[in-house]
Design a protein around this ligand. Structure first.
Ligand SMILES: Nc1ncnc2c1ncn2[C@@H]1O[C@H](COP(=O)(O)OP(=O)(O)OP(=O)(O)O)[C@@H](O)[C@H]1O
Length: 492
């Protein structure tokens, strides 16, 4: 067993009691004085005689109130590999690689480790939130059966304090980090309303990568270069005094690959993805908490940002809001519970967002013209990426992905048709899927028919304007509207 501090406090108290016996021989007022002095001395006496010291590592930091303590996770990883043999009760979870098993100490269990030939003791302690012995403060509202916090306690002889501080703990951190990096698997986080941790994670399994993403190769390379520069840009960002984060706005019609692009970005950088559903977040303070709980090397995604306005308005129906009312027409309804534009902006690039680095924020929309210009201005959304209809270069990627071919006699006809119609990569991918016994010839013939049909359907539009021109004109109109900012998504 680890030598406990309580034992030595008890010893100190016994010494104090012993001294009091002697004080029987002396007058009352002196005795009273002596009692006071001795009680205040007992911890000091205990400390004097106790040769052991301890370090506490809480699961949640006291100072950075909303954050999980990274050191706690590193110690867990270290202990899982080192000294589980000595523990009687373990718990097991699926390892970060999604294959192996990771063992950990069960609550109130202890293991012994070696530090340069000397022994140190690790305890995983569970303490009641209100317990005086615990210095750990939990800032989250307790859930049923959850009014307890956990911390590791490292006990060692005070002779070895310097060794523990300068050599043993750094070694624990190094080995823990290596183990986490080795077994790390990208995760997709979604948030939930209650509980100590605001996010829950599942392994990220989206198969889209930059290799499978169908889009103009020049544009694709430009994005990959931009991401790589961001990843290597720690010193650059601190030199120019900018938080190490980058905003991406992905816009374009449904089915043009916005979600696939996020997956490709996560795969390329090896980052986790946090999927933030703003319609379930009611207050700006909750947004901040959510942000602070995200880890570095992550992509925070808010999909379909244009749809938020409608959703929030619908949520307020029971507060007598009428669907279609603009948020700024209902300020009294939003006085307490609200996610405002300013809240969202500060989430993206205010002071809070500068706490911790290496994060990418991605907004996606099908309606660029409906977004508030303040939200998407350069510097906030640093890179605007248009995900557009499928043209020939993008088609070649899909043909290779789905049919494994790079050439075919029908390619010429498909190239012409793709420029004459506005077909999404999702529709092209659907036609190329070799369902049943269809071979490549049949798939491509089917695609040609689908494209001809689409061309006929769009024949009602003025023949003077080709689909390419039409699409460009549409986008210019969207951009102009966005600049003018004639509609807000959320009003502060
Ligand atoms: N650019 C693309 N490259 C490869 N596959 C694509 C691309 N665009 C769409 N797809 C295919 O279409 C499916 C839907 O695409 P995705 O969900 O990425 O589109 P989206 O633009 O996010 O659509 P929405 O706006 O409706 O969410 C994907 O699973 C993929 O198979």
């Amino acid at each position: 067993m680890a030598p406990s501090m309580e034992k030595w406090v008890g010893f100190g108290s016994a010494m104090a009691g012993f001294a009091l016996l002697w004080s029987k021989l002396i007058p009352d007022h002196v005795q009273e004085e002596a009692t006071n002095i001795m009680s205040s001395w007992s911890p000091m006496v205990a400390a004097y005689f106790n040769p052991y010291e301890q370090i506490t590592i809480a699961e949640y930091s006291d100072d950075e109130q909303f954050r999980r303590n990274k050191l706690f996770d590193l110690v867990s990883a270290y202990l899982s590999s080192r000294c589980m043999g000595g523990a009687r009760k373990l718990n097991a979870v699926l390892a970060g690689d999604g294959v192996g098993t990771q063992f950990g100490l069960d609550d109130n269990q202890e293991v012994v480790d070696r530090c340069h030939g000397t022994r140190v003791w690790w305890n995983l302690c569970k303490a009641s939130k209100n317990s005086n012995s615990s210095t750990v403060i939990n800032v989250y509202p307790p859930e049923e059966g959850e009014a307890e916090t956990r911390h590791y306690r490292l006990v060692f002889h005070k002779r070895h304090r310097k060794l523990v501080q300068d050599s043993y703990l750094p070694d624990v951190i190094k080995q823990g980090s290596e183990l986490i990096a080795k077994t790390r698997r990208r995760r997709l986080f979604t948030h939930h309303a209650r509980g100590k941790s605001l996010w829950t994670a599942i392994p990220w399994k989206h198969p889209a990568t930059f290799d499978t993403l169908a889009m103009d190769p020049t544009k694709k390379n430009e994005i990959m270069d931009d991401l790589m520069a961001f990843r290597k840009g720690k010193s650059y960002h601190s030199k120019v005094g900018k938080a190490w984060k980058r905003g991406y706005l992905l816009y374009g019609p449904p089915g043009t690959g916005k979600s696939s692009m996020i997956s490709a970005m996560a795969d390329f950088l090896g980052y986790d993805v946090y999927d933030l559903d703003l319609t379930t977040v009611t207050r700006n303070t909750d947004l901040r908490k959510l942000f602070l709980e995200t880890t570095e090397q992550s992509i925070i995604v808010i999909e379909d940002i244009h749809a938020i306005e409608d959703d929030i308005t619908t949520r307020l129906k029971d507060k007598k809001a009428v669907k279609g009312d603009k948020l700024h027409q209902l300020p009294f309804l939003y006085a307490k519970d609200k996610v405002t534009l300013s809240g969202l902006l500060s989430f993206i690039d205010g002071l809070w967002s500068a706490c911790g680095g290496e994060r990418i924020i991605v907004l996606t929309t099908n309606h660029l013209d409906q977004l508030d210009p303040a939200l998407i201005r350069r510097g906030r959304m640093d890179k605007h990426v248009e995900m557009s209809y499928c043209r020939f270069e993008a088609f070649k990627v899909l043909a290779n992905n789905y049919l494994g071919i790079t050439e075919h006699p029908l390619f010429g006809a498909i190239q012409r048709l793709l420029y004459e119609t506005n077909t999404t990569p999702a529709d092209v991918a659907h036609s190329l899927m070799p369902r049943g016994k269809r071979n490549a010839d049949e798939c491509l013939t089917g695609l040609v028919q689908t494209l001809k049909k689409a061309r006929m359907e769009s024949a009602g539009t003025p023949p003077s304007m080709s689909p390419v021109k039409r699409s460009t004109k549409y986008n210019l109109r969207q951009k102009k509207r966005a600049r003018q900012g004639n509609r807000n998504i959320i009003c502060s």
